[in-house]
Write a protein that binds this ligand. Structure first.
Ligand code: HEM
Length: 366
């Protein structure tokens, strides 16, 4: 349970006096880290009027809030958690082999395409494509439709009604075929899955595929971009990972700690929680919590070999298997197809979104 007597106490006895008035998240879109520091030290629990939510920034408080049953999800990825269980079950169970093969093959194809080039932008040409290509292959959708599906994903498939309708029309004949002649692909597994009231309807299957292609694909693409950026910024650590692939999962978890793709998870208070009134919105600042110096030594530093980076970036999601597979195989394919891979010199574009953060481009020499 969240202990609000603790969170309202400033952290250090000798800390400078509080700045006048609480700062707003809205003022820190380009570079939120100085504000995160101020919040953790002086305003561990504060109402941000322009943002319309109570802010929590310390690691212990964010972790406690995410586990507190009085604070319920407002919106993570768009579909309701109840409907997500069949997707979770499919990804962990019967579709896992199809998924692993799909991510391996897709990463290889995308990386080989870059091999003949002198330079590339890994965000636009690798990270953005890999989750879509993986999902298309794992679902058993026609390969030649990958570009069309990718353009729907870019247009915000997960968020728009129109996008879902188009996806539904595209999936209908494929779903009918799977219901009649199931195979080993993920779409067949979803068609065969059962919810509380029997087999899943076409609309439910479309919703799950939309989640996979839309918001979860976007989170994975963003997290992959940050992961590759962190490694390319630390070539010595990258060299160790080349020789020790068993260390890649830890390096991925560390990137999610330092640079989570989703900086803010919102919760709604069902009942009063300390000074937070019932009905209020609480913003759990994952980006601030992951860099809390009370929890992590030298928290701004990327250290692929940190022993306990923690699992906070996924909020309360129990597993992150698909994203981790994507990172592992994506990195492996790039390292094998592009042995000279390194950062290209030049200015970097800062992220321009506070909730979803990742490099906008990642220019490399191939
Ligand atoms: C690195 C990649 C990813 C990150 C960092 C990430 C992060 C998150 C976060 C922070 C939330 C909100 C959780 C909460 O409210 O407690 C969320 C929700 C969700 N994620 Fe992801 N996600 C990733 C990839 C994926 C993938 C690959 C899938 C599915 C295959 C997925 C499926 C979902 C679903 C269904 C929800 C909403 C349901 C729920 O809140 O339980 N995510 N994710």
């Amino acid at each position: 349970m969240l202990c609000l007597t603790e969170v309202t106490v400033p952290r250090t006895a000798g800390a400078p006096a509080r700045p006048p008035g609480p700062p707003s998240l809205r003022t820190a879109v380009r570079d939120p880290y100085p504000l995160y520091r101020t919040l953790r030290t002086h305003h561990p629990l504060v109402y941000d009027e322009p943002f319309g939510a109570w802010l929590l920034s310390r690691h212990g408080d964010v972790r406690a809030a995410l586990a507190d049953p009085r604070l319920v999800p407002v919106a993570g990825h768009p579909a309701a958690p109840e409907a997500e269980r069949p997707l979770d079950r499919a990804l962990r169970g019967p579709a896992q082999a199809a998924l692993t093969a799909a991510v391996e093959r897709s990463a290889h194809v995308l990386a080989r395409r870059l091999a003949a080039r002198a330079d590339a932008d890994l965000v636009a040409e690798f990270c953005d494509w890999l989750p879509t290509a993986t999902a298309v292959a794992a679902l058993g959708l026609p390969y030649e439709e990958t570009a069309r599906v990718h353009s729907w994903c870019r247009a915000g498939l997960g968020r728009s009604e129109g996008g879902r309708r188009e996806l539904g029309a595209f999936l209908r004949p494929l779903t009918a075929r799977r219901r009649a002649h199931p195979g080993g692909d993920l779409l067949s597994v979803l068609c065969a899955a059962r919810g509380d009231g029997g087999p899943l309807s076409d609309d439910t299957v479309t919703g799950l595929v939309g989640t996979l292609l839309g918001a979860s694909g976007e989170s994975t693409a963003r997290a992959l971009a940050s992961f590759l950026a962190n490694l390319l910024d630390h070539p010595r650590q990258l060299a160790v990972l080349r020789a020790r692939p068993d260390l890649v999962p830890g390096a991925w978890a560390e990137s999610l700690r330092r640079d989570p793709p989703q900086h803010i998870v919102l919760r709604r208070a069902l009942a009063p929680v300390g000074v937070i009134p019932a009905g209020a919105t609480v913003a759990c600042l994952l980006g601030a919590a992951g860099r809390d110096p009370e929890r992590f030594t030298d928290p701004d530093r990327y250290d692929a070999f940190r022993t306990d980076p923690g699992p906070l970036a996924h909020g309360t999601r129990p597993d992150a298997l698909l994203a981790a597979l994507t990172a592992e195989h994506g990195l492996r394919a790039l390292l094998s197809a592009l042995p000279g891979l390194r950062r290209a010199p030049g200015a970097r574009q800062l992220p321009d979104d506070l909730v979803h953060r990742s490099p906008r481009t990642l220019r490399v020499r191939v």
